[in-house]
Design a protein around this ligand. Structure first.
Ligand SMILES: [Zn+2]
Length: 318
Protein backbone atom coordinates (compact mmCIF):
# COMPACT_ATOMS: atom_id res chain seq x y z
CA UNK A 1 0.00 0.00 0.00
CA UNK A 2 1.17 3.48 -0.87
CA UNK A 3 1.55 5.71 2.19
CA UNK A 4 1.99 9.48 2.37
CA UNK A 5 2.70 12.04 -0.35
CA UNK A 6 -0.94 13.13 -0.37
CA UNK A 7 0.01 16.64 -1.44
CA UNK A 8 1.93 15.34 -4.49
CA UNK A 9 -0.90 13.03 -5.51
CA UNK A 10 -3.45 15.80 -5.10
CA UNK A 11 -1.32 18.18 -7.17
CA UNK A 12 -0.93 15.60 -9.95
CA UNK A 13 -4.64 14.86 -9.81
CA UNK A 14 -5.40 18.57 -10.26
CA UNK A 15 -3.10 18.68 -13.29
CA UNK A 16 -4.97 15.74 -14.87
CA UNK A 17 -8.39 17.25 -14.12
CA UNK A 18 -7.29 20.59 -15.56
CA UNK A 19 -5.76 19.03 -18.68
CA UNK A 20 -2.36 20.46 -17.75
CA UNK A 21 -0.27 17.29 -17.70
CA UNK A 22 3.37 17.96 -18.48
CA UNK A 23 5.49 15.94 -20.90
CA UNK A 24 8.25 15.36 -18.36
CA UNK A 25 8.32 15.17 -14.58
CA UNK A 26 11.26 14.62 -12.29
CA UNK A 27 10.33 13.00 -8.96
CA UNK A 28 13.04 13.68 -6.36
CA UNK A 29 13.38 12.24 -2.87
CA UNK A 30 15.34 9.55 -0.99
CA UNK A 31 15.31 6.03 -2.44
CA UNK A 32 12.53 3.87 -1.13
CA UNK A 33 10.29 6.77 -0.14
CA UNK A 34 7.54 5.92 -2.61
CA UNK A 35 8.42 7.80 -5.81
CA UNK A 36 7.99 4.73 -8.03
CA UNK A 37 4.69 3.90 -6.37
CA UNK A 38 3.30 7.38 -6.95
CA UNK A 39 4.65 7.35 -10.53
CA UNK A 40 2.78 4.13 -11.27
CA UNK A 41 -0.38 5.48 -9.64
CA UNK A 42 -0.03 8.66 -11.70
CA UNK A 43 0.36 6.57 -14.87
CA UNK A 44 -2.75 4.58 -13.96
CA UNK A 45 -4.62 7.83 -13.34
CA UNK A 46 -3.70 9.02 -16.82
CA UNK A 47 -5.31 5.87 -18.23
CA UNK A 48 -8.09 5.14 -15.73
CA UNK A 49 -11.52 4.52 -17.28
CA UNK A 50 -13.20 6.62 -14.57
CA UNK A 51 -11.43 9.71 -15.88
CA UNK A 52 -10.41 10.56 -12.29
CA UNK A 53 -7.57 9.46 -10.01
CA UNK A 54 -6.64 5.78 -10.41
CA UNK A 55 -9.55 3.63 -9.25
CA UNK A 56 -7.29 0.57 -9.13
CA UNK A 57 -10.12 -1.59 -10.35
CA UNK A 58 -10.77 -0.94 -14.04
CA UNK A 59 -9.02 -2.84 -16.82
CA UNK A 60 -6.59 0.02 -17.47
CA UNK A 61 -5.59 0.43 -13.81
CA UNK A 62 -5.18 -3.29 -13.31
CA UNK A 63 -2.85 -3.70 -16.26
CA UNK A 64 -0.79 -0.66 -15.22
CA UNK A 65 -0.38 -1.89 -11.65
CA UNK A 66 0.47 -5.38 -12.89
CA UNK A 67 3.17 -3.88 -15.06
CA UNK A 68 1.76 -5.36 -18.26
CA UNK A 69 0.25 -2.28 -19.90
CA UNK A 70 1.95 -1.68 -23.27
CA UNK A 71 1.56 2.10 -22.87
CA UNK A 72 3.18 2.27 -19.44
CA UNK A 73 6.79 1.16 -19.30
CA UNK A 74 9.40 1.28 -16.55
CA UNK A 75 13.14 1.52 -17.12
CA UNK A 76 16.04 1.48 -14.66
CA UNK A 77 19.82 1.40 -14.70
CA UNK A 78 21.10 -2.21 -14.63
CA UNK A 79 22.40 -3.01 -11.14
CA UNK A 80 25.89 -3.86 -12.40
CA UNK A 81 26.37 -0.50 -14.15
CA UNK A 82 27.43 2.62 -12.27
CA UNK A 83 25.97 5.01 -14.85
CA UNK A 84 22.75 4.87 -16.83
CA UNK A 85 23.94 3.31 -20.13
CA UNK A 86 23.57 5.35 -23.29
CA UNK A 87 22.40 2.21 -25.14
CA UNK A 88 19.41 1.97 -22.82
CA UNK A 89 18.60 5.64 -23.39
CA UNK A 90 18.61 5.02 -27.16
CA UNK A 91 16.25 2.10 -26.60
CA UNK A 92 13.90 4.34 -24.59
CA UNK A 93 14.00 7.08 -27.21
CA UNK A 94 13.40 4.60 -30.06
CA UNK A 95 10.52 2.99 -28.27
CA UNK A 96 8.93 6.35 -27.46
CA UNK A 97 9.01 7.11 -31.20
CA UNK A 98 7.10 3.95 -32.15
CA UNK A 99 3.35 4.34 -32.66
CA UNK A 100 1.22 3.39 -29.64
CA UNK A 101 -0.64 0.07 -29.67
CA UNK A 102 -3.61 1.58 -27.88
CA UNK A 103 -5.07 5.09 -27.89
CA UNK A 104 -4.51 7.30 -24.87
CA UNK A 105 -1.51 8.72 -23.08
CA UNK A 106 1.70 6.76 -22.85
CA UNK A 107 3.89 7.00 -19.74
CA UNK A 108 7.52 5.97 -19.47
CA UNK A 109 8.87 5.83 -15.94
CA UNK A 110 12.66 6.15 -15.89
CA UNK A 111 14.36 5.39 -12.57
CA UNK A 112 17.93 6.38 -11.63
CA UNK A 113 17.75 9.76 -13.37
CA UNK A 114 20.53 10.86 -10.99
CA UNK A 115 22.85 8.35 -12.64
CA UNK A 116 22.91 9.78 -16.15
CA UNK A 117 26.35 10.71 -17.42
CA UNK A 118 26.97 13.35 -20.10
CA UNK A 119 26.53 11.02 -23.06
CA UNK A 120 23.42 9.23 -21.81
CA UNK A 121 21.87 12.59 -20.89
CA UNK A 122 22.72 14.02 -24.30
CA UNK A 123 21.04 11.10 -26.02
CA UNK A 124 17.87 11.82 -24.03
CA UNK A 125 17.62 15.63 -24.12
CA UNK A 126 15.80 16.17 -27.40
CA UNK A 127 13.07 13.60 -26.68
CA UNK A 128 12.73 14.83 -23.10
CA UNK A 129 12.24 18.38 -24.30
CA UNK A 130 9.74 17.45 -27.00
CA UNK A 131 8.09 14.16 -26.12
CA UNK A 132 5.75 12.58 -28.69
CA UNK A 133 2.10 13.66 -28.60
CA UNK A 134 0.10 12.35 -25.62
CA UNK A 135 3.23 11.21 -23.87
CA UNK A 136 4.67 11.73 -20.38
CA UNK A 137 8.07 10.86 -18.97
CA UNK A 138 8.33 10.43 -15.21
CA UNK A 139 11.97 10.44 -14.13
CA UNK A 140 12.93 9.29 -10.63
CA UNK A 141 16.00 10.52 -8.75
CA UNK A 142 17.11 9.53 -5.25
CA UNK A 143 19.82 12.15 -5.09
CA UNK A 144 18.60 15.51 -6.32
CA UNK A 145 22.08 17.03 -6.09
CA UNK A 146 23.38 14.59 -8.71
CA UNK A 147 20.80 15.24 -11.39
CA UNK A 148 22.48 16.92 -14.35
CA UNK A 149 21.23 20.48 -14.94
CA UNK A 150 20.42 19.63 -18.57
CA UNK A 151 17.96 16.98 -17.35
CA UNK A 152 16.60 19.05 -14.49
CA UNK A 153 15.83 22.06 -16.68
CA UNK A 154 13.67 19.99 -19.04
CA UNK A 155 11.43 18.51 -16.38
CA UNK A 156 8.81 19.70 -13.97
CA UNK A 157 10.43 19.01 -10.59
CA UNK A 158 8.38 17.29 -7.89
CA UNK A 159 9.91 16.95 -4.43
CA UNK A 160 8.92 14.09 -2.14
CA UNK A 161 8.93 14.92 1.58
CA UNK A 162 10.13 12.36 4.16
CA UNK A 163 7.34 10.34 5.77
CA UNK A 164 6.51 11.47 9.29
CA UNK A 165 6.82 9.13 12.26
CA UNK A 166 3.20 7.98 12.09
CA UNK A 167 3.43 7.23 8.36
CA UNK A 168 6.72 5.37 8.85
CA UNK A 169 5.02 3.26 11.49
CA UNK A 170 2.18 2.49 9.10
CA UNK A 171 4.54 1.75 6.21
CA UNK A 172 6.67 -0.70 8.18
CA UNK A 173 3.92 -2.49 10.06
CA UNK A 174 4.54 -6.22 10.20
CA UNK A 175 8.07 -6.00 8.80
CA UNK A 176 10.41 -8.69 10.00
CA UNK A 177 14.03 -8.15 10.99
CA UNK A 178 13.53 -4.78 12.69
CA UNK A 179 14.96 -4.32 16.21
CA UNK A 180 12.62 -5.42 18.97
CA UNK A 181 13.83 -2.80 21.42
CA UNK A 182 11.58 0.25 20.87
CA UNK A 183 14.42 2.74 21.50
CA UNK A 184 16.69 0.99 18.99
CA UNK A 185 13.80 0.89 16.56
CA UNK A 186 13.21 4.61 16.99
CA UNK A 187 16.87 5.37 16.26
CA UNK A 188 16.87 3.18 13.17
CA UNK A 189 13.66 4.82 11.95
CA UNK A 190 15.16 8.28 12.41
CA UNK A 191 18.39 7.25 10.66
CA UNK A 192 16.26 6.15 7.69
CA UNK A 193 15.16 9.78 7.27
CA UNK A 194 11.54 9.17 6.53
CA UNK A 195 12.13 6.53 3.88
CA UNK A 196 10.74 3.00 4.38
CA UNK A 197 13.14 1.78 1.68
CA UNK A 198 16.13 3.13 3.62
CA UNK A 199 14.85 1.44 6.75
CA UNK A 200 14.46 -1.89 4.96
CA UNK A 201 17.96 -1.71 3.51
CA UNK A 202 19.53 -0.72 6.82
CA UNK A 203 17.76 -3.54 8.61
CA UNK A 204 18.78 -6.06 5.95
CA UNK A 205 22.39 -4.95 6.02
CA UNK A 206 22.46 -5.39 9.77
CA UNK A 207 23.68 -1.83 10.17
CA UNK A 208 22.55 -2.00 13.78
CA UNK A 209 24.98 -4.85 14.48
CA UNK A 210 27.84 -2.94 12.89
CA UNK A 211 27.08 0.16 14.95
CA UNK A 212 26.86 -1.96 18.09
CA UNK A 213 30.21 -3.64 17.41
CA UNK A 214 31.75 -0.26 16.76
CA UNK A 215 30.38 1.25 19.96
CA UNK A 216 31.62 -1.72 21.99
CA UNK A 217 35.13 -1.34 20.61
CA UNK A 218 35.48 2.42 20.51
CA UNK A 219 35.49 2.92 24.27
CA UNK A 220 38.67 0.90 24.81
CA UNK A 221 40.63 1.35 21.61
CA UNK A 222 39.60 3.73 18.81
CA UNK A 223 42.10 2.23 16.35
CA UNK A 224 40.65 -1.21 16.92
CA UNK A 225 37.16 0.29 16.53
CA UNK A 226 38.21 1.68 13.17
CA UNK A 227 39.34 -1.78 12.08
CA UNK A 228 36.08 -3.30 13.29
CA UNK A 229 34.19 -0.75 11.24
CA UNK A 230 36.31 -1.24 8.11
CA UNK A 231 36.06 -5.04 8.41
CA UNK A 232 32.29 -4.92 8.77
CA UNK A 233 31.92 -3.38 5.32
CA UNK A 234 31.49 -6.62 3.48
CA UNK A 235 30.03 -5.67 0.11
CA UNK A 236 32.01 -6.85 -2.90
CA UNK A 237 32.39 -3.65 -4.85
CA UNK A 238 33.56 -0.36 -3.40
CA UNK A 239 30.36 1.54 -4.18
CA UNK A 240 28.42 -0.89 -2.00
CA UNK A 241 30.84 -0.43 0.88
CA UNK A 242 30.53 3.30 0.57
CA UNK A 243 26.74 3.01 0.82
CA UNK A 244 27.11 0.73 3.78
CA UNK A 245 29.41 3.10 5.65
CA UNK A 246 27.02 5.93 4.88
CA UNK A 247 24.21 3.93 6.49
CA UNK A 248 26.32 3.19 9.57
CA UNK A 249 27.16 6.89 9.88
CA UNK A 250 23.51 7.84 9.57
CA UNK A 251 22.68 5.43 12.35
CA UNK A 252 25.51 6.63 14.63
CA UNK A 253 24.44 10.21 14.02
CA UNK A 254 20.85 9.40 14.90
CA UNK A 255 22.06 7.62 18.03
CA UNK A 256 24.15 10.59 19.06
CA UNK A 257 21.39 12.99 18.24
CA UNK A 258 19.09 11.16 20.56
CA UNK A 259 21.83 10.75 23.14
CA UNK A 260 20.62 7.21 23.30
CA UNK A 261 23.57 5.21 22.07
CA UNK A 262 22.96 2.80 24.91
CA UNK A 263 19.58 1.87 23.50
CA UNK A 264 21.30 0.09 20.61
CA UNK A 265 21.68 -2.86 22.94
CA UNK A 266 21.74 -3.66 26.59
CA UNK A 267 25.39 -4.68 26.39
CA UNK A 268 26.42 -1.19 25.31
CA UNK A 269 24.82 0.39 28.34
CA UNK A 270 27.92 0.49 30.57
CA UNK A 271 29.68 2.25 27.72
CA UNK A 272 26.88 4.79 27.51
CA UNK A 273 27.41 5.60 31.16
CA UNK A 274 31.03 6.36 30.35
CA UNK A 275 30.09 8.52 27.42
CA UNK A 276 27.48 10.37 29.37
CA UNK A 277 29.78 11.09 32.30
CA UNK A 278 32.27 13.07 30.26
CA UNK A 279 30.79 13.70 26.87
CA UNK A 280 27.13 14.35 27.17
CA UNK A 281 27.63 18.09 27.19
CA UNK A 282 25.59 19.63 24.39
CA UNK A 283 28.78 21.06 22.90
CA UNK A 284 30.59 17.72 22.67
CA UNK A 285 27.55 16.03 21.16
CA UNK A 286 26.96 18.81 18.67
CA UNK A 287 30.57 18.77 17.56
CA UNK A 288 30.58 15.01 17.11
CA UNK A 289 27.39 15.24 15.04
CA UNK A 290 28.90 17.93 12.83
CA UNK A 291 32.00 15.78 12.33
CA UNK A 292 29.88 12.81 11.31
CA UNK A 293 27.84 14.95 8.90
CA UNK A 294 31.06 16.23 7.40
CA UNK A 295 32.38 12.69 7.01
CA UNK A 296 29.20 11.56 5.34
CA UNK A 297 29.63 14.25 2.73
CA UNK A 298 33.25 13.25 2.16
CA UNK A 299 32.24 9.63 1.61
CA UNK A 300 30.13 10.84 -1.30
CA UNK A 301 33.30 12.36 -2.71
CA UNK A 302 36.44 10.33 -2.88
CA UNK A 303 37.47 9.88 0.74
CA UNK A 304 39.50 6.76 1.41
CA UNK A 305 37.22 4.40 3.31
CA UNK A 306 39.81 3.24 5.83
CA UNK A 307 40.73 6.85 6.60
CA UNK A 308 37.05 7.62 7.00
CA UNK A 309 36.72 4.77 9.52
CA UNK A 310 39.74 6.11 11.41
CA UNK A 311 38.21 9.56 11.52
CA UNK A 312 34.92 8.24 12.85
CA UNK A 313 36.58 6.17 15.58
CA UNK A 314 39.06 8.84 16.67
CA UNK A 315 36.43 11.56 16.60
CA UNK A 316 33.89 9.58 18.57
CA UNK A 317 33.04 11.29 21.89
CA UNK A 318 34.04 8.42 24.14
ZN1 LIG B 1 -9.12 2.79 -13.06
Amino acid sequence: MLIGHDNVRKWLGTAIAGGRVSGAYLFMGPDGIGKAGVALEFAASLRCETGGWACGDCGQCRRVFKGVHPSVRTFAKPADKSAFPVELVREIVDEAGVKALEPGRRVFIVADADRFNESSANAFLKTLEEPPRDFTFVLLAGNAAQVLPTILSRCQAVRFAPLDEQQMKQATEGWEGLPVNPDARAILTRAAQGSPGNLRRMADRKVMDTAREFLKAVAGDPFHASEVLAASLTADESEGKRDQLRDVLALLTAALRDRMAGALAADVKPLTREISAEQRSPDAMAQAILRLDDLRERIDGNANLKLACDAIALGWPA
